[in-house]
Design a protein around this ligand. Structure first.
Ligand SMILES: [Zn+2]
Length: 77
């Protein structure tokens, strides 16, 4: 069964997303495989959204990132 990053939802079956941590992708962890802070992940997701959704501004992307992260096991309230 395919596994997904608990923090951002990236597919862990894809080698470019595989890091040291079992349940998190390489973008969500540091070199030791430790999960980054919520703030760091939020900035990363915001930047990712803005990189391919050309019609949204930074505050909108930030809000969408917040909403998106609430669906992730690592950040669910
Ligand atoms: Zn991730």
């Amino acid at each position: 069964m395919d596994k997904f990053c608990y923090s951002c939802g990236a597919p862990l079956g894809v080698p470019e997303f595989q890091g040291k941590a079992e349940n998190y992708c390489i973008h969500c962890t540091d070199a030791e495989g430790t999960l980054k802070s919520r703030e760091e992940i939020h900035q990363g997701v915001t930047g990712y959204l803005m990189s391919w959704q050309t019609d949204i501004d930074q505050p909108t992307a930030s809000k969408r990132a917040e909403h998106y992260m609430k669906a992730m096991p690592a950040w669910a309230d």
